[in-house]
Design a protein. Structure first.
Ligand code: SF4
Ligand code: SF4
Length: 191
């Protein structure tokens, strides 16, 4: 019969030798493989005591940025949610009221902004789509949880703290090329 793949093996039913019957060579071969691993460089680390060095452009937990006056930059335009291939972002917009100019940069803001971290694939498309420099991925790891609900991150987790000392540094993610593109008002994306 013709083989369908070149990986098929013809099974023989030859009689086992004495050594094969007592499995000794097979056990010794297995032990030698195990022993050889003792002398190899470990490919694992003892996290969390040890951590690996992250790439500068590692994409981890998102941050919703504030501007230099501490106002939320997000204007709830929804572009990040539209761009998200995992449909992980949901939001409810609201209109800024008189007297709230110190809280929100634009006339419209996200009253609710949620990212489902279990759906997110950390592709960074939301960051690329944002015309307001409001959402960035950071080098922070999304912490593990025992239940699903805590993985839905709301504004309480996503918006960066007001304290200038505790702001989230995203400078590594703002390459010159991206910054120049986003500053150029001739693109509809940036208006
Ligand atoms: S990183 Fe990608 S998958 Fe995650 S929320 Fe942003 S666009 Fe969606
Ligand atoms: S694209 Fe930016 S400004 Fe628009 S809703 Fe998303 S984070 Fe907010």
């Amino acid at each position: 019969m013709q083989n369908l793949t070149n990986r098929s093996k013809v099974v023989s039913d030859k009689k086992m030798t004495f050594l094969e019957k007592i499995y000794l060579p097979a056990i010794l071969r297995g032990m030698s493989i195990t022993l050889s691993h003792f002398f190899r460089k470990k490919s694992t680390i003892s996290y969390p005591e040890q951590t690996r060095e992250f790439s500068k452009v590692y994409r981890g937990q998102h941050v919703l940025k504030r501007d230099e006056l501490g106002r939320e930059r997000c204007t709830a335009c929804g572009l990040c949610a539209v761009a998200c291939p995992a449909e992980a972002i949901t939001m409810i917009s609201a209109e800024r009221k008189p007297g709230e100019e110190h809280l929100y940069r634009e006339e419209k803001y996200a009253a609710v902004y949620e990212i489902n971290m279990l759906r997110c694939i950390f592709c960074g498309d939301c960051e690329d789509a944002c015309p307001k420099e409001a959402i960035f991925l950071t080098d922070r790891i999304v912490s593990s949880q025992y239940k699903r609900q805590p993985f839905v991150y709301g504004k309480d987790i996503l918006v960066e703290p007001l304290d200038p000392e505790k702001r989230i540094d995203i400078s590594a993610r703002q390459t010159d090329a991206v910054r120049k593109f986003k500053e150029n008002k001739k693109y509809a994306h940036n208006k």
